[in-house]
Design a binder for this molecule. Structure first.
Ligand SMILES: [Zn+2]
Length: 280
């Protein structure tokens, strides 16, 4: 029905449609090409969540699960991406970590929660993780490993798409504990700080959080929050960037909270750290 000379035009047209439908927008209004459709992104996240449920121990304290979800939803309410449903889970493990799977699946480890001094520090980590989801960083990484051809198959829902989703779940699991690029981290830090303040938290919570993680990772410890804050120069740069951004936000609303008393009460019900060599 089309003569050959139309093919290049069709190709450009379909690519343009794809670009429009797959573009994502963050607080900076930055658009980027992501071929994996949102439905498939959520399917990848669901698959990863099933794996995490099998391999990690969900913390059995319902009040804590509810608390984390409540703080998470406060950040979601002010973030730039609400086309998906967010899920929050506390994992019982001494690892000092938190991560976000594609499609809005967010995990906090009790080892990290134990080190946070107040709700604003926990919310700062939350805002950072949600920012990775808003900017679709993990699905971008997965797409890069999958390759453009496979991503196109996902985009057009062609045959073999379910095998590609399985492959993407495996890739996602492999990447979940590895570092993002510094550019992605800067972006998540920056978006996160805006969301933190918009949600009513004192942005000094972010500074406290970076300092705590730097102290913990100072000895070269692995497993510290996306294994990112383990070097001092990086943390110094992050703190300096955060200070500059906070200064640019002034005047800050007067009603910002750090949520110390509730956090301290909740922290009392976190599991005690396992003896060295005894825990996971
Ligand atoms: Zn990050």
């Amino acid at each position: 029905m089309f003569t050959k000379q139309f093919y290049p035009i069709l190709a450009v047209l379909s690519l343009s449609i794809l670009l429009i439908s797959c573009a994502t927008t963050g607080p900076g209004g930055k658009k980027s090409l992501i071929l994996v459709p949102v439905g498939q992104e959520v399917a990848i996240g669901q698959g990863m969540a099933e794996r995490v449920a099998q391999t990690e121990k969900t913390f059995g304290n319902a009040e804590w699960q509810q608390y984390l979800a409540e703080v998470g939803q406060k950040i979601v309410a002010v973030c730039d991406r609400r086309d998906i449903e967010y899920h929050f889970t506390v994992i019982e493990s001494d690892q000092i970590n938190a991560f976000a799977a594609p499609g809005g699946y967010i995990y906090f480890y009790t080892g990290l929660l134990r080190e946070m001094k107040d709700e604003s520090e926990m919310a700062a980590v939350m805002a950072h993780e949600i920012s990775h989801v808003v900017a679709r960083h993990s699905v971008k990484r997965i797409q890069a490993v999958l390759g453009v051809a496979a991503a196109y198959q996902l985009a057009f829902g062609s045959e073999g798409a379910s095998e590609i989703v399985d492959a993407a779940i495996n890739i996602g699991m492999g990447l979940a504990f590895s570092s993002y690029s510094r550019e992605n981290e800067r972006e998540a830090d920056q978006y996160g700080l805006h969301y933190l303040v918009k949600a009513g938290y004192d942005p000094r919570g972010a500074l406290g959080m970076y300092e705590t993680l730097a102290r913990l990772g100072g000895g070269g410890a692995s497993n510290v929050f996306e294994q990112l804050s383990s070097t001092h120069p990086e943390t110094k740069e992050r703190i300096a960037n955060a200070r500059a951004l906070i200064a640019s936000m002034k005047p800050l609303p007067s009603s910002l909270t750090r949520g110390e008393s509730r956090y301290r009460r909740m922290a009392d019900s976190l599991p005690a750290k396992a003896e060295a060599g005894g825990g996971k």
